[in-house]
Design a protein around this ligand. Structure first.
Ligand SMILES: C[S@@+](CC[C@H](N)C(=O)[O-])C[C@H]1O[C@@H](n2cnc3c(N)ncnc32)[C@H](O)[C@@H]1O
Length: 451
């Protein structure tokens, strides 16, 4: 998990002396609870079992970047930094393109990310607004939203602007360049909240009352479908593998190969990949030999045959190609596993209520099927969405969805499925592979649950 903290205070402007050193763990428990219920932070808690109780228990998986325009504050924060490996402080002006690129984007690239899991902005909007005007504030808000999966922001109300302007006058300083011409004045904090929702593609999750300075603390989450999202919009280049014709021909050949020489055909992403998933299932306390397990787009059904050999008894495989199901039945019969497995011809994109003797499953498996659907030459996005919704319907509450993909990264899968109310549990690490003409993507197995 990666967190960015923005502070745009200068001691002169703010008349205060606080820097990031006081704030690097600045999530109060209410905030932490809410975040934990809807994103990757949950995974951190899950993995760590005990949520961090104080700064001194910061998990190694958390990387935090703190930014301030004031180099003195940054220097001080660095000196008192208890976790220099995990928290780094940088002097940067987030209104400068060069600093955005050289400091913020470079940090993200170094962590192999396009967005931070959480960006916090405390006591920032007023200073940006007063120094850069309405346009500058809008530009700043868009930028922070573009780089945030979650944004925790404390927009200052207009009375703080008046106080700041009075202080400048009393200190005989130059007045703020934009103070007189700002169009957002009364209810500026509400306008900021509205702007973030209307123009920055974020969803307001909660307003956590007021801070002790009588300022709102607002949590936003990136919408699944917005232009700012880097993970959810790019569709894959379509391929033959996204068509039913391709799979019909493929399984016709494979069925022939099996009847001629007993060849089981292609095991997608190889045996290692399958074994990693099976190993995870075997070690999962909530999956028993009686659990209902559904393999979506089961192909030759080898994953289920292997599970049956290990003692799992309530297994179902569906595929939209009759010859795949024929092959799967032949293989499971030959392996003596056919009693534990029910194979059915079903298109997962049909409404499962209509087309499939509907019941819910404790575990839904997918190895390469979502990938294949995503490669469809026609309406891939609609199909992906239909897939997500149908799988969700087929899962029991608390059930697991284990998906192995080589075309989508963990971040992309998370964005796709969390948008449809799945919750990420964890990832099974896996090596790179090649599929459907897409080269260089890592094969990833990710586990989601349904709350
Ligand atoms: C890459 S293969 C993976 C097969 C198997 N899961 C494996 O790991 O060996 C993709 C499978 O998805 C199936 N498939 C694609 N779209 C489907 C759909 N809409 N409904 C059911 N199965 C589908 C294909 O027929 C094919 O068997």
């Amino acid at each position: 998990m990666t967190v960015a903290l923005y502070n745009h205070l200068t001691q002169k402007d703010a008349g205060v002396e606080s820097g990031f050193d006081h704030r690097h763990s600045g999530l109060d428990s209410g905030v932490h609870r809410n975040l934990s219920s809807n994103n990757q932070l949950q995974q951190e808690r899950h993995n760590d079992e005990e949520p961090p109780k104080n700064n001194h228990q910061l998990t190694n998986n958390v990387h935090i970047m703190g930014i301030d325009i004031d180099s003195k504050l940054i220097e001080r924060a660095r000196k008192s930094n208890p976790f220099p490996d995990l928290i780094t402080f940088h002097t940067a002006d987030v209104m400068l393109d060069s600093d955005r690129k050289n400091i913020v984007q470079t940090y993200l690239a170094d962590h192999d990310l396009k967005k931070f899991d959480l960006v916090t902005c405390f006591s920032v909007t007023l200073w940006i607004h007063l120094h850069h005007g309405d346009e500058g504030l809008g530009n700043f808000l868009k930028f922070v939203c573009e780089i945030s999966h979650n944004l925790l922001i404390e927009p200052q109300p207009y009375k703080c602007y008046k106080t700041a302007a009075r202080r400048m006058k009393r200190a005989d300083c130059e007045p703020f360049p934009h103070f007189e011409t700002l169009s957002w004045r009364q209810n500026v904090d509400d306008k900021i909240i509205q702007f973030i929702q209307d123009d920055c593609d974020m969803q307001l999750i909660e307003i956590f009352g007021s801070t002790k300075w009588d300022r709102k603390l607002c949590l936003f989450k990136s919408h699944s479908e917005g232009p700012a999202s880097d993970t959810e919009h790019t569709e894959l280049n379509s391929s033959q593998l996204g068509t039913q014709e391709y799979w019909k021909e493929a399984y016709e050949r494979e069925l022939q190969g099996f009847s001629e020489n007993g060849d089981i055909g292609e095991v997608w992403f190889g045996f290692d990949s399958m074994e990693r998933v099976i190993h995870w299932i075997e070690n999962c306390d909530s999956v028993t030999h009686e659990s209902s397990i559904l393999d979506i787009g089961c192909g030759n059904g080898v994953m289920l045959t292997e599970l049956a050999k290990l003692g799992y008894q309530n297994l179902t495989g569906i595929d939209y190609v009759q010859k795949a199901i024929d092959l799967a039945r032949c293989i499971s019969q030959k392996e003596g596993s056919d009693e534990q497995i029910r194979f059915e011809v079903t298109d997962i994109l049909e409404d499962p209520m209509d087309s499939y003797s509907f019941h819910k499953h404790d575990v839904c498996l997918d190895k390469g099927t979502y990938d294949a659907i995503s490669l469809s030459p026609e309406s891939p996005k609609e199909k992906r969405l239909r897939y997500q919704r149908n799988v969700y319907k087929l899962m029991t509450n608390g059930g697991l969805f284990i998906i192995t993909s080589c075309n989508w990264t963990e971040a992309e899968l998370t964005a796709h499925f969390e948008a449809e109310s799945f919750r990420l549990l964890e990832k099974i690490p896996s090596p790179s592979f090649q599929f459907g003409g897409q080269v260089g993507n890592r094969e990833t197995s990710v586990i989601f649950t349904k709350d």
